[in-house]
Design a protein around this ligand. Structure first.
Ligand code: ADP
Length: 176
């Protein structure tokens, strides 16, 4: 199916629900026949941006590279689904400006909720001082000021969050 490319960018704290929602969105779009690619922050860091750390400089470089690939795919008509903490506002804006067709999804749950979920056990380790520069604990997160979509995963069911994203894509004319 030929369609307009777009980068669907999920940002939020670790454990907020980026991977869970984006996987479901990808599945739905795939079943509808859309051409898509998923760039998950955790996976990207094991190849495309392997070796980068968590200083502001390295985090920005990580996002810049993901943004570069997103741009290439988007201009070729692919729906690119990115799931990355991407804590800094400026670099998200830079990627938005470069990509053009860009939708920002703020996956929002309070830190206390993310920490309680502790999906990967990382908050516990960060609190114990075993991991440094952990977003939300001893590293900043700058929430989007004007995201196209916000998912409040502490208040919504997964299906509701997924529907919000798909409805948003439709409304913004990215789906047939
Ligand atoms: P992230 O990718 O942002 O680090 P994950 O998707 O790995 O976060 O983990 C989010 C956790 O929150 C999962 O265990 C998921 O089941 C749970 N969760 C609860 N409600 C929601 C919701 N509405 N949307 C997404 N995840 C949710």
């Amino acid at each position: 199916m030929e369609h307009k490319g777009v980068t669907v960018w999920f940002t939020g704290l670790s454990g907020a629900g980026k991977t869970t929602i984006s996987k479901q969105v990808a599945e739905e779009l795939r079943s509808l026949g859309y051409k898509l690619e998923v760039l998950d922050g955790d996976i990207v860091r094991t190849n495309l941006t392997k070796g980068l750390g968590f200083s502001k400089e390295d985090r920005d470089e990580n996002i810049r590279r993901i943004g570069f690939v997103s741009h290439l795919l988007t201009r070729n008509g692919v729906i690119v689904i990115v799931s990355a903490i991407s804590p800094y506002r400026n670099i998200r804006q830079e990627v938005r400006d470069r990509v053009g067709n860009f939708i920002e999804i703020y996956v929002n749950a309070p830190l206390a909720v993310c920490e309680e979920r502790d999906v990967k056990g990382l908050y516990k380790r960060a609190r114990a001082g075993e991991i440094k520069q952990f977003t939300g604990i001893d590293d900043p997160y700058e929430p989007p000021l004007n995201p196209e979509i916000e998912c409040r995963t502490d208040k919504e069911e997964l299906a509701e969050s997924v529907k919000k994203v798909l409805d948003g894509l439709k409304k913004l004319d990215y789906l047939a």
